[in-house]
Design a binder for this molecule. Sequence first.
Ligand SMILES: O=C(O)c1ccc[n+]([C@@H]2O[C@H](COP(=O)([O-])O)[C@@H](O)[C@H]2O)c1
Ligand SMILES: Cc1cc2nc[nH]c2cc1C
Length: 353
Amino acid sequence: MHRLEEILRQIKEPATEMAEKAQVHLDNLTKPRGALGRLEQVAARLCIIKGSLELKQPTCGAAIFAADHGSALDGVSLYPREVTAQMVYNFLSGGAAMNVLCRQVDSVVKVVDVGVDHDFEDAPDLIHAKVARGTKSFLREPAMTREEALDAMMAGAKVARELIDSGCDLLIPGEMGIGNTTSSSALAAFFLQKNPAEVTGRGTGLDDEGLARKVDYIKGALELHKDLNPCDSVGVLAALGGLEIAAIAGYALKAASLGVPVILDGIISTAGGFVACRICPEALPYFFSGHASVEKGQAAMLKGMALEPLLDLDMRLGEGTGAALSVAVVRAAVAIFNEMATFESAGVIGHED
Ligand SMILES: O=C(O)c1ccc[n+]([C@@H]2O[C@H](COP(=O)([O-])O)[C@@H](O)[C@H]2O)c1
Ligand SMILES: Cc1cc2nc[nH]c2cc1C
């Protein structure tokens, strides 16, 4: 049995009996019923995941999975592929947006090389988990072998385990990979059976001509891979995905198997979570969506998972940034649940049933 199967066996859909109890508590707080909207939903979902009404403020951990893409050599991104490795150094020295936003919410940030086309001999703080030096161009052949996809998933799972062992109880999957919005859109188009134009955006900032080239690339790739079996989610991930997307899927599944919630970020992170749910639908109750990306394929995948993003700030950076920002919302939800007075304790007249 592959180690992935062991993780999947441990994923248990949380019992929903806590939902009603959490709602009773929320309805006793000094506010009109439901007036705190999705903050209430977040608190109730955390109670369901934890199987308890005792919520503690989460300790957040983030991992940025970096990998290169064969497609990046075919003009699907505005930026050269070397930027992936250069940004890894930036993450390690603490200067990227994700570092700044994680410092705001006291989150550790691990940086993981799962497939960058660069030797990081001079980077002791990097987690070295390189599976390959980037993917192949999926317009011509599968991006990865099945073994590579599974190895990347297990690399992600190992990082999740380490973060959780170190005390983190809320995980963020981040990523860096020039070209990775093309893979994410291809996965969305394939699994949701959408025309690629409906789920493909400008990524790092392509113009109209670049966007048309990207859509054509995905159409060509879907034609090449048309015989893929949609029930073989790992096979589809290997053919169309990326090493960091596979790592995120493994990371999210491992977190779910340990009962730890995950906040998905933009289109790439959402693609990782989406593939994770295709592999194991029981993992979905552990996933939140941190923010709505400008990249339109993300909304389609979120709809497929019935997840609503917590924030919408017109962001399209990735790295985990939107998810890191949304930790403030999660913290607010926990504080509301724990600290608000009830109608009884505050002597406020409540609503008659
Ligand atoms: O998170 C998002 O929704 C998102 C949207 C557009 C771009 N990105 C980031 O930009 C890179 C991919 O863009 P591209 O154009 O090279 O496919 C990659 O490093 C992502 O982290 C991320
Ligand atoms: C500079 C830069 C930073 C990024 N962070 C995530 N994707 C990125 C893409 C570029 C180009």
